[in-house]
Design a protein around this ligand. Structure first.
Ligand code: MG
Ligand code: ZN
Length: 538
């Protein structure tokens, strides 16, 4: 009897050990996702949980929210979707940039900072677009930044540094995604087009209907539009040409970055405005890619969430989140009722360390409440100002990005670039008024404490004076915008921690068939998320 018990216990121990090793292996390498025909990955660049929170707060709490039924596309994702979270760190660092992060998503491998399509040791790794093409699928890249920018580039290029914009267009053509819709025409044009009398300039002006500024940002004489045509791409430069496109198309709708979210909102329905929206580019990409019977992979980037957050421009950030929301709604409309498509929505990292926060300024006056507990003269009297939801409407009402406010300011004659003039501009285009003495602080400069000769962004000798955490405000050309953000922090009820990225884990929303989604509903790392996505594609 005792012997049998012992034997059984031994057997039980064996089984438990097997189960345990299974569980621990499982937590390292998530169980593979079931195969799926189409995958759409939507990346909000810089869209950490905080930025998602801004969209949700606005949708649910703004007195005049423009979001129909106060239901965001993310709410729709979660109706039958699953949620995971993912760490974004790179092979050897705590914090990532967009190039390394998108590389980790696109290849499932750890990358080094600012690398494109390489692993952390510098080896070329196959990305999901290359795999999808091997499987006979159609592929696409859509971004509201420019097509050579870090996020889309990481899904196609293999370069040691994201700044190698002269080589990225050739990599994009070699990888050969069927549709590429974004900005960035300048990176495809030979230097000669800068001569307005050149034949190359004249031809292009005609091709683009004079809608885009024709200017080369290359340092050579390569015309990569011609190279694209030789590879079978049709070209598109405006909304009408986008609408007419049917097959393999390279759409370059701006010289560099596309219009920001505030401008996109203002131009909606304006026939004179010929630049397509992120939503329009995405819908067209889906229409073209869906013609392939083998299925497709499409990456859509809402890339200017990051740009707004680097500048700590809360009003612009909200409009970027709304542009993301509109685009994702269109993707969900397209996918409605389909069983063959997996939608993954995530971010590459959080930008700015954003948050609404409670303060000791403008503490609301005590007032009575109807509830029984507050009877007998007991007043409702919190110790601090926890923030009024009406601030969300005022954030939405911003009419110009901080960048555009300062570019108006910089276009004034030098003797008019005064604190008073800046005060007027800020107070005209935003709901959060500043005083002239605040404007003096925003315009104050100092000898660059981070100066590095020849550095891409730290190379100026005199820069705006950031008093707190200055080491984290590395895009010094834009630091007046961050100083403006600090000036309105109290009235916006908003704090920003940094001008760069944070390591905050990001959210992963997935929608598709249950067995396809389930492996994503975990605490992941972006290499695992990438691997799951790559493995799911069949
Ligand atoms: Mg990006
Ligand atoms: Zn960034």
């Amino acid at each position: 009897m005792l012997k049998i018990l012992k034997k059984e216990r031994w057997f039980f121990l064996l089984i438990s050990a097997a189960l345990l090793s299974c569980t621990s292996a499982d937590s390292v390498k998530p169980q593979a996702a079931a195969k799926v025909k189409n995958i759409i990955m939507v990346i909000g660049d810089g869209m950490g949980p905080q930025q998602v929170g801004l969209l949700l707060s606005y949708a649910r709490q703004a007195p005049h929210s423009v979001i129909a039924n106060r239901t965001t596309a993310l709410d729709r994702m979660m109706e039958q979707g699953r949620l995971g979270i993912s760490m974004t760190y790179t092979g050897d660092a705590l914090v990532t940039d967009s190039a390394a992060s998108a590389t980790q998503l696109a290849t499932g491998r750890f990358a080094g900072a600012e690398m494109l399509g390489l692993d952390k040791d510098g080896n070329v790794q196959e990305n999901i677009i290359e795999k999808a093409r091997r499987l006979g699928k159609a592929t696409g890249l859509v971004s509201d930044t420019h097509i050579t920018h870090a996020t889309p580039a990481a899904f196609a290029a293999h370069q040691t540094h994201r700044s190698q914009v002269d080589s990225i267009p050739e990599d994009l053509l070699a990888t050969g995604a069927d549709v590429m819709f974004s900005g960035g025409l300048s990176y495809w044009l030979p230097e000669q087009v800068d001569d307005k009398n050149s034949e190359q300039y004249r031809q292009l002006a005609q091709l683009t209907d004079n809608n885009i500024e024709i200017k080369s940002l290359r340092k050579d004489e390569k015309n990569l539009l011609t190279a694209a045509q030789q590879k079978g791409y049709k070209l598109a430069f405006n909304k009408a040409q986008l609408q007419q496109s049917e097959g393999k198309t390279l759409g370059l709708f701006a010289g560099s970055g596309m219009a920001n979210g505030i401008v996109e909102t203002q131009n909606r329905g304006d026939a004179k405005h010929v630049q397509p929206t992120l939503k329009e580019m995405s819908v067209k990409a889906l229409e073209i890619l869906d013609r392939n019977e083998q299925g497709f992979f499409l990456m859509i980037e809402s890339g200017q969430i990051d740009w707004a957050a680097h500048r700590n421009d809360t009003g612009l950030l909200l409009h970027e989140m709304l542009r993301f929301n509109d685009t994702l709604n269109a993707v969900l409309d397209w996918a409605k009722g389909r069983q063959d498509t997996l939608i993954i929505v995530t971010a590459d990292h959080e930008t700015g360390g954003f948050g609404f926060s409670y303060s000791g300024v403008d503490i609301p006056k005590p007032h009575s409440l109807p509830g029984a507990a507050f009877g007998e003269g007991t007043l409702f009297q919190p110790n601090f100002n926890f923030g009024s939801p009406e601030v969300l409407d005022r954030i939405y009402a911003q009419q110009l990005s901080y960048r555009d406010i300062f570019s108006q300011f910089d276009q004034l004659p030098k003797d008019q670039q005064t604190p008073l003039k800046l005060t007027e501009l800020v107070n005209r285009y935003t709901e959060f008024k500043i005083t002239e003495s605040q404007a003096v602080k925003i315009l104050a400069t100092e000898a660059n404490p981070l100066y590095r000769e020849g550095h891409i962004s730290l190379g100026k000798k005199v820069v705006p004076k950031i008093e707190v955490n200055g080491a984290f405000f590395v895009y010094q050309n834009g630091n007046r915008e961050n100083l403006l953000a600090q000036a309105v922090a109290t009235s916006q009820q908003v704090v920003w921690a940094t001008g760069t990225h944070t390591s905050t884990p990001v959210l992963v929303f997935v929608k598709g068939e249950e067995q396809t989604m389930r492996p994503f509903a975990k605490i992941l790392h972006h290499t695992q998320l990438g691997r799951l996505m790559i493995d799911a594609l069949q």
